[in-house]
Write a protein that binds this ligand. Structure first.
Ligand code: COA
Length: 260
């Protein structure tokens, strides 16, 4: 389905979603949230898709934040509703049952960084700049950036970024664990595709359960997370994929997972 602010393609088992509002550095408006919600619901439902990549259109930006022109017109109640909408769309993306990689190809500021933060992990190009500059507009992050950033880089580093509002460059993002790797602009998509393609070869149910165990474990305590891990571990013994994976190892061949 055609969307106004998103481009979509599939490369084998990998879905590639591109935020496409290049004249506004891919700034995120309300309409785009509905498109993101529908797009990722479709990806979740597509059996043939086993991993996804989110990136931005053009050479300059992943997404330069929430659309400030739209923000400026909101009433307090509308601002709260937009925050709730953005949070629920990003939470849905974070709960995607397939690994979602952010290919950060330039500015990822404000809502743009929050979008990268709700992906499962991030790879950046060397020109990327990432930050939560909301305080310089007199507001705070509204799409759970105050929650996801400290969980990833620790409260001290996150507070410096959130209260200071200044962006950091790709190397600094690598040092503090905000991104997993930094590559050249040319290598960004090939690197993300190679990572996604390797994940796509693994048992899809096992990958989905691994995402769930890690994320729910981080939401709750270690004991609760470990109990969930036990339950998901045991449940995998009911799958054909588990028998295929172990059987293939013992027969010294590559497994063919079917997601069943
Ligand atoms: N919301 C709405 N429009 C935005 C935007 C945003 N967050 N970020 C960029 N744009 C628009 C600009 O208004 C400009 O539109 P115009 O050509 O119609 O005037 C266009 O995108 C290009 O941006 P411009 O500022 O000219 O590019 P630049 O290279 O000089 O600067 C940035 C790039 C990212 C440093 C700058 O655009 C910026 O600071 N953006 C806002 C970042 C921000 O505060 N985000 C958090 C929002 S909560």
């Amino acid at each position: 389905m055609e969307r106004k602010h998103l481009l979509y393609e599939e490369r084998g088992a990998v879905a590639l979603v591109t935020i496409h509002r290049p004249d506004k550095l891919n700034a995120i408006n309300r309409e785009m949230f509905f498109e993101l919600r529908d797009q990722f619901a479709e990806i979740d439902a597509r059996d043939g898709v086993r991993a996804a990549i989110l990136t931005g259109s053009g050479e300059k930006a992943f997404a330069a934040g929430a659309d400030i022109a739209e923000l400026a017109t909101l009433s307090p109640v509308e601002a709260r509703e937009l925050s709730a909408l953005g949070q629920s769309v990003m939470e849905g993306m974070a709960r995607l049952g397939k690994p979602l990689i952010a290919a950060v190809n330039g500015y990822a500021l404000g809502g743009g960084l929050e979008l990268a933060l709700c992906c499962h992990f991030r790879i950046a190009s060397d020109n990327a700049r990432m930050g939560l500059p909301e305080v310089s507009l007199g507001v705070i992050p509204g799409y759970a950036g105050t929650q996801r950033l400290p969980r990833l880089v620790g409260p001290g580093r996150a507070l410096e970024m959130i209260a200071g509002g200044d962006p950091i460059d790709a190397q600094e993002a690598l040092r503090c664990g905000l991104v997993n790797r930094v590559v050249s602009r040319e290598e960004l998509l090939p690197t993300c595709l190679a990572i996604a393609e390797r994940i796509a070869l693994r048992g899809p149910i096992a990958v989905r359960f691994a995402l769930e165990a890690v994320q729910r474990g981080l939401d709750g305590g270690l004991e609760e997370g470990a109990r969930l891990e036990q339950a998901l571990f045991g449940l995998l013994w009911s799958t054909d994929d588990m028998r295929e994976g172990c059987g293939a190892f013992l027969e010294k061949r590559r497994p063919q997972f079917k997601g069943r």
